[in-house]
Design a protein around this ligand. Structure first.
Ligand code: GLN
Length: 188
């Protein structure tokens, strides 16, 4: 079966590991760059993107994940993970991996709606999926036609795919619905 890594520096790691195993794949908590070699795909979890980005720099993950991506191995960024994948950020100079042709706005839903759950219809999925948003970003703009928007919330893109890269603004691992993860596993 496939081996799926979850970058385990900070954030919602164990929830992803559990959902991966529930679909019958092998889940690996990734703490060292050497572990990337044994993976078929990688998940960048939600959490705090500034913290995760700082730890990625410290442990050599920026170049290592760029090399992983250059091999066309699938990468899925959820919430903070979407911020890490973006080529640019609105209102923030920082670029972390800079792999995906999207401009992302952090904490985009404002303080009044810090956290909420909604059902989203997703291109390619028969049924709406429950989506948990926690101080979530959204995609402000796409900067190439290679980016496919798969779901929007109130007119803002919150799920997008670009070749072997997938990014969502919400937390699919915090629900019992594995359909977004299944979508990602189909990219392997
Ligand atoms: N607000 C966080 C950030 O900017 C992301 C929140 C999350 O991952 N749930 O990094």
């Amino acid at each position: 079966s496939y081996r799926i890594g979850v970058l385990a520096l900070q954030g919602a790691v164990s929830e992803h590991l559990r959902q991966i195993e529930a679909l019958g794949a092998q889940a690996v908590a990734v703490k060292k760059v050497e572990q990337l070699d044994e993976l078929d795909a990688l998940i960048l979890p939600g959490g705090e993107s500034t913290t995760i980005g700082r730890l990625m720099r410290l442990y050599g993950f920026i170049d290592a994940i760029r090399r992983f991506s250059a091999q066309n191995k699938p990468i899925f960024g959820t919430c903070a993970g979407m911020i890490l994948l973006a080529k640019s950020l609105e209102n923030d100079e920082t670029v972390h991996l800079g792999l995906m042709d999207i401009c992302v706005q952090r904490n985009a839903f404002g303080r009044q709606t810090e956290s909420f759950q909604t059902d989203l219809s997703v291109t390619g999925l028969a049924k709406p999926v429950p989506a948990v948003f926690i101080r979530a970003p959204f995609i402000r703009a796409t900067t190439s036609s290679a980016v496919e928007i798969l779901a929007e919330f109130e007119g803002h893109p919150v799920l997008a795919k670009q070749n072997h890269l997938l990014a969502c603004a919400f937390h699919p691992e915090l629900t019992d619905d594995p359909s977004i993860l299944r979508l990602f596993l189909e990219m392997i």
